[in-house]
Design a protein. Structure first.
Length: 198
């Protein structure tokens, strides 16, 4: 379904924060994340996060300005909620930057045994704002500092101290690191799907 505004047809999508389907959410909670938590170290999760970020930068850097900011509707992808299917590459990167900065602020205090206040809301990390022309450079700068800033403030990554994800439940610092890795992969695949349809 599409709604028409003054310039283009806008796809009608579910509300922000509606989440992924119940079967996919249950698969993630009871199969995917427990499996990854058992088989992947937090160092490995961060290595993959870094590599996926580098892939994203290469993909985005090859685009002209118009293509970078052009919104494209992609098919349903695993881990991507319906509301997020109509983004530009710039919007995806803005979202990744917002989430990355939130992880950077969340993981170290959790690892130090601190209790985090506030509810994590999916709606708060949506990129429905004015996006700076230098968004790709901002993301590159973030990737350069993300891991060093995290590690210098890290306590016990395996500590039994959690905060809630709105879809997947309570995560400790290591589990948040794994979520960050999965999130980066999901949105790298989204960027590839956008570019295929430009």
């Amino acid at each position: 379904m599409y709604a028409k505004d003054s310039k283009e047809l806008i796809p009608t999508l579910e509300r922000a924060g509606a989440g992924i389907s119940k079967p996919k959410r249950l698969f993630a909670i009871y199969v995917l994340f427990p499996l990854l938590n058992r088989t992947i170290s937090w160092e490995r999760a961060w290595d993959v996060y870094d590599r996926e970020g580098e892939k994203i930068l290469r993909l985005a850097s090859a685009l002209e300005h118009e293509a970078l900011f052009k919104r494209v509707l992609v098919p349903k992808l695993f881990g991507l909620e319906d509301n997020s299917r109509y983004y530009s590459v710039a919007m995806v990167i803005r979202h990744l930057l917002t989430v990355g900065e939130a992880l950077q602020k969340r993981i170290p205090p959790l690892s130090q045994g601190k209790k985090l206040d506030g509810h994590v809301a999916i709606e708060d990390v949506k990129p429905y704002t004015q996006i700076d022309e230098t968004i790709v450079e901002q993301f590159a700068d973030f990737l350069q500092s993300y891991r060093n800033d995290m590690e210098k403030n890290l306590g016990d990554i395996h500590i039994d101290n959690t905060s809630e994800h709105p879809w997947f439940g309570a995560f400790n610092p290591k589990q948040w690191s794994i979520l960050g890795m999965v999130h980066q992969i999901v949105h790298r695949r989204q960027i590839e799907a956008i570019i295929e349809r430009l």
